[in-house]
Ligand binder design. Structure first.
Ligand code: AMP
Ligand code: MN
Ligand code: MN
Length: 326
């Protein structure tokens, strides 16, 4: 039996299921959690869904996202099966990590840095998004789609491909996007909710990032400190997507954005254009991701220290790295 069918048969045979996503959730993660949980509910199962972090307000405009619960709300639930989506390592589920040790776990993901931490792992690194794997699974199980579920599921395909323009955009993701649109997904709704909802404060935060920006040959980097966020009345979600602005610069191969929120907690976002495999750098620092988009996080450190460490590793990786397309 293929891995895909093994996952399907496990999902079909269990009744009491918990679907988990990752901390600092993005569109693909939220879409995958909500779509899989809703799909399983439509098959008559008892399903709960959770993410151990805040969900940015605009994702709540999508159907089934309001069914995603917090760590606290899940205290008394004892699932027979946990399905972890869009997570490359067990720490990505936050405080749910301990629960994974005592339960049967399926991992559904598309990160090449995946540690295969489930009892059953379906990791397709050729998939542009986890949400399209979820769609294929829902379809194989006979889940009935309506325009609401189709739109929620389409969200993940759109956001993980940068609205079908990143290097992971291929015929497969476009075909599945087209199927979802045929089922009633609304591309314009998704694009306007995600891309056209920036507050004036976010523009000021963007200006701050540009003010701090430094260029070193093919490397561009910038940072936002906790004080920057506080002084503008912003939080960490407000800088989502900013690193792509850095990568959009001419003649740049790699862009790095350092964000500190709250004090001492630093997230590093890496993006590359053509040849530098940034997932290798992020993995070496305890994070993960994809060749062209990766990240890692720190706690209890000074922003300057993180910047120095990450930059020296990146400069090292860039020396001679041009020959090694990864
Ligand atoms: P970001 O820069 O946060 O948008 O993340 C880019 C990619 O790297 C996404 O695929 C994330 O899932 C992955 N990623 C980000 N942070 C981490 C982390 N701390 N550990 C593992 N993967 C991460
Ligand atoms: Mn993700
Ligand atoms: Mn993803």
């Amino acid at each position: 039996m293929t891995k895909f069918l093994s996952v399907i048969s496990q999902l079909i045979s269990e009744d009491n299921i918990l679907v988990l996503g990752h901390v600092m959730p993005d569109g693909d993660d939220i879409s995958s959690v909500a779509s899989l949980a809703e799909g399983l509910r439509r098959l008559g199962k008892k399903v709960r869904a959770a993410i151990d972090d805040q969900i940015p307000w605009y994702y709540k405009l999508f159907f089934a996202v309001d069914s995603i619960e917090s760590f606290e709300q899940l205290q008394d639930f004892h699932p027979d099966l946990i399905v972890v989506v869009d997570c490359s390592s067990p720490d990505r589920v936050g405080r749910f990590q301990n629960l994974l040790k005592n339960s049967k776990t399926i991992v559904i993901d598309h990160h090449e840095t995946n540690l295969m931490f489930g009892d059953l792992n379906f990791v397709d690194v050729t998939s542009a998004s986890t949400a399209q794997i979820v769609y294929n699974m829902n379809k194989a199980m006979g889940v009935v789609y309506d325009p609401e579920l189709a739109t929620t599921n389409y969200l993940g395909l759109a956001t993980d491909t940068g609205f079908f323009k990143y290097s992971n955009t291929d015929a497969n993701v476009l075909k599945i996007a087209a199927e979802l649109v045929e089922l009633g997904a609304k591309p314009y709704f998704v694009a306007s909710v995600i891309l056209e909802n920036k507050t004036p404060q976010q523009f000021k935060l963007l200006a701050k990032m540009i003010e701090h920006m430094k260029i070193e040959g093919e490397l561009v980097y910038s940072w936002l400190s906790y004080e920057d966020y506080l002084s503008l009345g912003c939080n960490e979600d407000d800088s989502s997507g900013f690193v792509s602005e850095l990568r959009s610069m001419k003649d740049i191969e790699v862009a790095i954005l350092f964000t500190e929120f709250p004090k001492g907690e630093i997230h590093v976002s890496f993006r590359s254009k053509q040849w530098l495999n940034v997932s290798k750098i992020a993995s070496a620092l305890g994070g993960g991701g994809h060749a062209r988009a990766a990240g890692c996080s720190y706690k209890n450190v000074e922003l300057e220290k993180v910047i120095d460490e990450v930059l020296s590793l990146t400069r090292e990786a860039m020396v001679g790295g041009r020959h090694e397309v990864g």
